[in-house]
Ligand binder design. Structure first.
Ligand SMILES: [Zn+2]
Length: 78
């Protein structure tokens, strides 16, 4: 898989090649997330994980409306 491909960074994702949609920062700030990365956040339509690019590194921050875990925002603390 090419390094630049937009695929899901979550190891548990069952469909990592699902579209990675650009998230609206309003959806995240509305859920109480106030951070600079929200302006470049993407969301995996397969598992609902939210991530952004830090240089050429994908940083996983949490889940938004994960189909299994919960509705709304669920942060990952790593
Ligand atoms: Zn995913």
């Amino acid at each position: 898989m090419p390094k630049s491909a937009l695929s899901c960074p979550a190891k548990t994702c069952r469909s990592p090649d699902a579209p990675q949609e650009k998230m609206s920062p309003g959806a995240l700030t509305g859920a109480g997330v106030n951070a600079a990365w929200t302006s470049q956040a993407r969301r995996c339509t397969g598992c609902g994980c939210v991530w952004y690019m830090d240089g050429d590194r994908k940083v996983l921050r949490g889940y938004f409306n994960n189909p299994v875990l919960s509705e709304g925002w669920l942060p990952i603390h790593s």
